[in-house]
Design a protein around this ligand. Sequence first.
Ligand code: ZN
Length: 163
Amino acid sequence: MIRPILTYPDERLATPCEAVGTVSANVQILAADLLETMYSAEGRGLAAPQVGEMHRIFVMDAGWKDGKRSPMVLVNPEVVAQSDEVTEAEERCLSIPDVTASVSRPVEITLAYTNLSGERQEETLNGDAARIAQHEIDHLDGKLTFDRVSTEERSRLETAYDG
Ligand code: ZN
């Protein structure tokens, strides 16, 4: 089911999420809804709080716009390692339509997370995939791209935003 996506300044987007207890049938349904909503909105990542579900789960698919879908569902994700090397790049967010913010992030990260079978696993991501995952984990912590830029840049972006 496609869910409505909350937009800034909805307070839920600034609220840290609770850990998921077990990967229940409801969590499976939420994951399917997040993927359907993400593809429909033409995004490459979507976190549960963006549809008002305050649980630590997000979905991503870094490469689907190149023609092949490879969805990932990550429950209770944690960054367990990250590169010292950082890059700055433009990020968009489905919850801040039409705003692009330039954000610095580590180039490579290793994530531990629970998959939809309830198993804990680790995965190392780099490039766009690493950036998307870090952006989505920020959502789980109640952070937006606005929180990752300077105060001056934030006021400039907020003034430009008419959501
Ligand atoms: Zn976002």
